[in-house]
Ligand binder design. Structure first.
Ligand code: NAD
Ligand code: UDP
Length: 337
């Protein structure tokens, strides 16, 4: 089976390519390298003894997509490519809608032309906005998003839903990720954010390795057990395996398939700091700061539907997430450079 992986050089895409190769699936990558390094290809090769076919280019380039589909016999597409920084999306909404929404439309059009109608889309728990309760099931309302990034994910979900209603022979899978963290256990692949990290785990990792002097904890007055925000952190290797379960389970079944990819467990900011401290063996300095605008108190997944339908369940613990992140960060203090 051959799968086109858009954004396959990025954080989640690269780990998914490794797991695909291990599972006997052939990934073909298209990535414009706007947020990834070419070195990722070497790391995939060193881990799997396989270098995936790589097209350097943009998913909005329909001519390139036509060429990829004519040169490769693609069975399914996993669409990771997109921009993902919430703060940047507020400053650059046009760039975000163009890349994330328009990019998805161009891709779907090229797929239809090529007769490839199996698509897995990287969505996000952000489409649920501030949920009325936790755990969040897939039937919770979506759309009350608070920033252009979140709205772009919601818009693509709605576009793909309409596409499925109009052309019900498609298999469209919307995977709503909770908080992906961690790294390949070898320490040779991981998250390599450009500039100051927005997300908690890479920030903690950079403090632990000495690149930053402390973590700002955004609020300790939420209605949570220790007052800090609670999220559902999921190991990137589990997330990668979730894509394979989706491709194998529903990728060849016409339908609109929607799944949460999380662990079903919530952890607070301080839980993550404590777990990281244990993993790296020294304190991670932090300061309590005001809440970050737009943040919610708690967000964690119900995993009942994905477990029942796909037989997939996240198995890696918070201890493994922090240990693998530390292994990656300490072996590659400056990321892939
Ligand atoms: P990432 O930035 O590491 O990977 C995205 C990849 O897509 C990068 O390699 C980038 O170079 C490439 N890319 C971007 N725009 C492109 C374009 N127009 N054409 C071709 N390539 C392009 O991000 P990630 O963390 O691996 O996220 C992958 C997907 O999962 C994204 O769609 C993101 O929105 C979604 N997601 C991520 C998270 C998270 O916390 N990491 C959570 C929920 C959803
Ligand atoms: N957070 C924090 N300091 C940081 C980054 C994040 O305290 O430097 C908190 C944030 O307020 C939230 C949690 O960590 O409660 C996860 O934030 P992240 O940005 O990683 O994910 P998201 O907000 O998208 O769930």
């Amino acid at each position: 089976m051959k799968v086109l992986v858009t954004g396959g050089m990025g954080y989640i895409g690269s780990h998914t390519c490794v797991q695909m190769i291990e599972a006997g699936i052939t990934p073909v990558i298209i990535d414009n390298l706007c947020n990834a390094k070419r070195e990722v290809l070497n790391r995939i090769k060193n881990l799997t003894q396989t270098t995936p076919v790589f097209y350097e280019g943009d998913v909005r380039d329909e001519t390139l997509l036509d060429r990829v589909f004519s040169e490769q016999k693609i069975d399914s597409v996993v669409h990771f490519a997109g921009l993902k920084a919430v703060g940047e999306s507020v400053a650059k909404p046009l760039e975000y809608y163009d890349n994330n929404v328009n990019g998805s439309l161009v891709l779907a059009r090229a797929m239809r032309k090529a007769g490839v109608k199996s698509l897995v889309f990287s969505s996000s728990a952000t489409v649920y906005g501030d949920p009325a309760s936790v755990p969040i099931t897939e039937s919770f309302p979506t759309g009350a998003t608070t920033n252009p990034y979140g709205r772009s994910k919601y818009m693509v979900e709605e576009c793909l839903r309409d596409l499925f209603y109009a052309e019900p022979d498609w298999s469209i899978t919307l995977l709503r990720y909770f908080n992906p963290v961690g790294a390949h256990p070898s320490g040779s692949m991981g998250e390599d954010p450009q500039g100051i990290p927005n997300n908690l785990m890479p920030f903690i990792a950079q403090v632990a390795v000495g690149r930053r002097d402390h973590l700002s904890v955004f609020g300790d007055d939420y209605a949570t057990p220790d007052g800090t925000g609670v999220r559902d952190y999921i190991h990137v290797m589990d997330l990668a395996d979730g894509h394979i379960a989706a491709i194998r389970g529903v990728g060849n079944k016409a339908g609109l398939h929607i799944y949460n990819l999380g662990t079903g467990q919530g952890s607070s900011v301080l839980d993550m700091v404590n777990a990281f401290t244990a993993a790296c063996g020294h304190d991670v300095p932090y300061q309590i700061c005001p809440r970050r605008p737009g943040d919610i108190a708690e967000c964690w997944a119900s995993t009942a539907k994905v477990e029942a339908d796909l037989g997939w369940k996240a198995t890696r613990t918070v201890e493994q997430m922090t240990a693998d992140t530390w292994n990656w960060q300490s072996k590659n203090p400056n990321g892939y450079e």
